[in-house]
Write a protein that binds this ligand. Structure first.
Ligand SMILES: [Zn+2]
Length: 458
């Protein structure tokens, strides 16, 4: 079965950043089999299903290198209390979700992802196996990872860092079970990573065992790094060095590591990350909400591959790209860097490279999997279509995206998501979010909370 999209603007995302006008792209099975002038592509596939792409642009699907889908249930609240949160509840609302609420919020996050052109995401969560099947059923390309640590969380609240090998082994065991159950499933559409949480919550033992296990399975691994000033202070106090140097001293830095955030790294840390060929996920929208910015240009100059991620409360990678452009220009007081093409590269092939999937996804080139999204360029905020990438990165909205394909299958077509019952998921997620925050407030009535939670609207 071959589909050809013709008469379109095709943003290939190849090494030369080629944008083809009045072009066609052919998809046979799960792969891109031709990109070229409309007439050539049509003639090469006379029996193909033809999709008219007039007025449309076809982009490579966006790759979200770092997210926590269940945090969709915290939106409207946790964006505005800093990180770590200044709210003083002893537990998070997220930890009180039922199994069914977790499934609902995870699928809600995928729904938002698809609507914003995401075709591949790295999910990091505790007990991700509980909703892995729900995620796989959405048709998205997935990297699933179990969030683990081995710090005694009850003593952490008193500022004591005590580590427990038994807890490390239990987390590694859950990670191994996830990998054995899911890695390579759905014809390779689902992959797995390992995910020790952060330098301050992981012992040298856990860091070393993680890298050994990742090498044993031939998979990548990820960690939060230089995410908050509290993290840096804690690692300096407990380990006597910066978080990056602590990871280096425990043989954790390497080309299969995706380090998330890297907001506060100094020049010595940047050099070390580059030297070790660590991949970075620049989570620009949440970074901006936290009042921080990663030194992206310096990390890239040091040799780090840059991807992008949404992290918490939002899955909108269109916004992440724009935030990435704004934040880096403001941070550097630079009117021209990065260019929209740089940011699109981070959010597509950069992310694919970071996740070890450059041969599979990240650009529209012959032989790669057909992961793409289609944008209606004939919108008031996108015409004139003089430079499609710039128009979309500066002005595009998820609502401009009409169709999304993953692995050669449409997951959204002409504005309708085909793999999820959208109305039902939105209604259940509205109920779940209200229920879990009410549950938290009922359990801890004396914790100061400045928000009056209204009843659900459906
Ligand atoms: Zn995170």
């Amino acid at each position: 079965m071959t589909t050809v999209i013709v008469n379109a603007t095709v943003v290939t995302g190849d090494a030369g950043r080629t944008v083809r006008h009045d072009a066609g792209i052919a998809i046979s099975g799960d792969r891109v089999t031709a990109v070229g002038p409309t007439d050539e592509v049509r003639q090469a596939y006379p029996d193909a299903e033809v999709v008219d792409g007039r007025g449309k642009a076809v982009f490579p699907g966006l790759v979200n290198c770092h997210t926590h889908l269940l945090a969709t249930g915290d939106r409207g609240i946790l964006e505005d209390f800093g990180f770590p949160t200044r709210l003083t509840f002893p537990v998070s609302a997220r930890s009180l979700l039922s199994a069914e609420e977790r499934q609902t919020l995870a699928v809600l996050g995928v729904l938002e992802s698809i609507r914003s052109g995401v075709t591949c995401l790295l999910e990091i969560s505790s007990n991700v196996a509980g909703y892995a099947a729900d995620l796989a059923a959405t048709g998205l390309r997935l990297i699933l990872s179990e969030n683990i640590n081995d710090v005694d969380e009850s003593r952490l609240r008193q500022g004591e860092f005590h580590f427990d090998d038994g807890r490390a082994d239990a987390g590694l065991q859950r990670s191994a079970e996830l990998v054995e159950s899911w890695h390579g499933k759905h014809d390779g559409r689902v992959h797995c990573f390992l995910a020790p949480h952060a330098p301050e919550t992981c012992s040298p033992y856990l860091l070393r065992r993680t890298r050994e296990m990742a090498e044993q399975y031939g998979i990548g691994y990820t960690i939060h790094l230089s995410q908050s000033r509290e993290e840096i202070e804690a690692v300096m106090r407990v380990r006597g060095v910066s978080p990056t140097h602590y990871l280096f001293a425990n043989d954790f830095l390497g080309p299969d590591l995706v380090a998330a955030h890297c907001r506060y790294v100094d020049s010595a840390e940047i050099a070390l990350l580059g030297q070790c060929e660590v991949k970075i996920t620049n989570n620009a929208a949440i970074a901006a909400r936290r009042g921080a910015a990663a030194p992206v240009r310096e990390l890239q100059a040091a040799g780090c591959v840059i991807g992008m991620g949404s992290d918490n409360m939002a899955e909108d990678m269109v916004e992440v790209m724009r935030a990435g452009l704004f934040l880096e220009r403001v941070r550097r007081n630079d009117e021209v860097y990065p260019q929209p093409e740089d940011v699109l590269e981070w959010a597509t092939v950069g992310g694919a490279r970071a996740l070890g999937m450059e041969d599979i996804t990240g650009s529209l080139e012959v032989g790669k999997k057909a992961d793409l999204f289609v944008v209606d360029l004939l919108r008031p905020h996108l015409v004139p279509s003089l430079r499609a990438v710039s128009s979309f990165v500066h002005n595009g909205q998820p609502a401009d995206i009409t169709s999304v394909m993953v692995d050669g299958e449409w997951v959204m077509r002409d504005g309708r998501v085909l793999t999820i019952d959208e109305e039902d998921v939105v209604r259940r997620a509205e109920a779940a979010g209200h229920a879990v925050w009410s549950r938290l407030l009922e359990r801890y009535p004396n914790v100061p909370f400045p928000i009056n939670i209204p009843p659900p609207i459906v």
